[in-house]
Design a protein around this ligand. Structure first.
Ligand code: SAM
Length: 437
């Protein structure tokens, strides 16, 4: 790849003789040439700037000097049909790893380093019309530097390390921050295993490859959620497995078809009654066996899951209702309802038992980690009341629900009969011990 840098401070670019970029130049992988813009001035003072039209502070770089310089460099060696004229400016598109990847595929890059208030705007306008040339005005971040040289160093280094052969082990590029996974990298450790009282995470010395991969993925997700939540929102839903979703739910996210969205889990309030009734009416029928007649289901929904019922449940001090909502829109995503001092039918004399009477999540969000978080919260709330057991009944035919509750720590302890619309149904009873943390 050929890169030309035009600047009034050529010495500023001397670090590009060092390290991997320096080696790439020596080995011919990178043909980097630095030019002094003043070579193309015509006056005694080698002037490159002048006062701005319209007045104001500072000086602006002259288009005529830049034009002569860029014509000479652009018309020089290299393929003429695949040139990127890169103009660093704090007013440009933000330079990212994607930009670096795109530039690494270009035949040639010419970098025009501005100084003062920048380069006369007609320069980019003019070269955007040059056949085979793409002009890209890029910013390396939301701050203002004195000149484009530091940006040129950044761009050249980020692009050069993507050229085949520049980085010795291409594997080291794969899991990096801002790479294909869309996550920040996990933390790295080396010897000694103990340093000033700080230990290396045990899993990394376990030799258990699958656990190490999972731990690193969890760390990458945690770091990204904490430091760059906007990157989490860009993750495609199909890139997230069940363990990712469970962790994201713990970190305050839920995953719908478009990817992760911020979620809030909170205690339900009286104003939630209507939304709770609506969600209950939608989700309860889906948990019923196909043999149950629609009118029996409808009767149950109308009499026990209607808005008035939820108003009563919300006002009942023996019930704990938690909701999961979309943090931005407030939309109800799921809910749990616990009934305190309610012994399981399998052990009617049990003291200190609470029933997880409802746990429902919008069907399109199943497997998104929300239900697990709601159950964990119910369990904590129950533990705080001093109860020792949380139990639930779920229809024998609903295997998906049973597997889910098993993952939450519930075990089948027996069966019960449960009436829906006057028709008896078979439920399995599942229970889990709860302890105060
Ligand atoms: N007047 C300009 C503005 O407010 O957008 C700032 C000019 S700045 C003082 C001078 C030169 O530094 C720019 O022309 C550009 O080459 C470079 N520069 C400054 N900050 C930059 C950044 N964040 N990214 C890329 N280049 C930058």
């Amino acid at each position: 790849m050929r890169v030309d840098v035009l600047t009034i401070f050529p010495d500023y670019l001397s670090p590009l003789e060092l390290s991997l970029v320096g080696k790439a130049r020596q080995s011919g992988l990178l043909d980097l040439r630095v030019h002094d813009l003043r070579e193309w001035t015509t006056d005694r003072h080698r002037t490159v700037d002048d006062t701005p039209f319209g007045g104001g502070a500072g000086m602006v770089m002259r288009p005529d000097v830049w034009g002569t310089a860029l014509d000479a460099v652009l018309d020089g060696a290299g393929p003429a049909d695949d040139v990127v004229l890169l103009v660093p400016t704090p007013a440009g598109e933000v330079f990212t790893q994607r930009t670096a990847e795109e530039l690494a595929g270009a035949g040639r890059i010419v970098i025009a380093c501005g100084r003062y208030e920048g380069i006369d705007a007609r320069v980019t306008e003019h070269y955007a019309q040059r056949p085979g040339t793409t002009v890209r005005e890029v910013s390396i971040g939301d701050y203002v530097l004195n000149g484009g040289e530091v940006a040129a160093l950044v761009v050249v280094e980020a692009v050069a390390r993507l050229l085949p052969g520049v980085v010795g082990n291409p594997e080291s590029l794969v899991e990096e921050s801002h790479g294909a996974a869309g996550l920040l990298e996990y933390p790295n450790y080396t010897k000694p295993a103990q340093w000033r009282g700080h230990e290396v995470p045990e899993v990394l010395t376990s030799g258990h490859h699958a656990n190490i991969v999972r731990w690193r993925r969890d760390q990458a997700l945690r770091r990204t959620a904490e430091r760059r939540p906007e990157l989490i929102e860009r993750l495609p839903a199909d890139s997230l497995d069940r363990a990712d979703r469970t962790l994201l739910a713990e970190l305050g996210w839920y995953v719908d078809a478009n990817g992760p969205r911020p979620a809030e889990i909170r205690t339900a309030e009286p104003h939630d009654a209507a939304a709770l009734a609506e969600l209950a009416g939608l989700t309860f029928p889906l948990a019923c066996p196909p043999t149950l007649p629609a009118d029996a289901i409808a009767e149950f929904v109308a009499t026990q899951l209607d808005e008035a019922s939820f108003r009563r449940y919300l006002a009942d001090p023996q019930r704990i209702i938690d909701v999961a909502t979309d943090r931005r829109t407030g939309e109800l995503l799921g809910y749990t309802m616990v009934v305190l001092d309610s012994p399981p039918p399998t052990d009617p004399s049990a003291d200190g038992a609470a029933e997880l009477s409802k746990c429902y999540v919008r069907p399109e969000l199943h497997g998104g980690g929300i239900a697990g978080r709601l159950v964990a919260r119910s369990r904590d709330a129950v533990a705080r009341t001093g109860a020792q057991q949380l139990w639930l009944g779920t229809n024998v035919a609903n295997r998906r629900a049973r597997r889910f509750y098993e993952r939450c720590g519930f075990a089948v302890v027996g069966k019960r009969r449960f009436e829906v619309g006057g028709l008896p149904q078979d439920d399995v009873v599942m229970s889990t011990p709860v302890t105060t943390s």
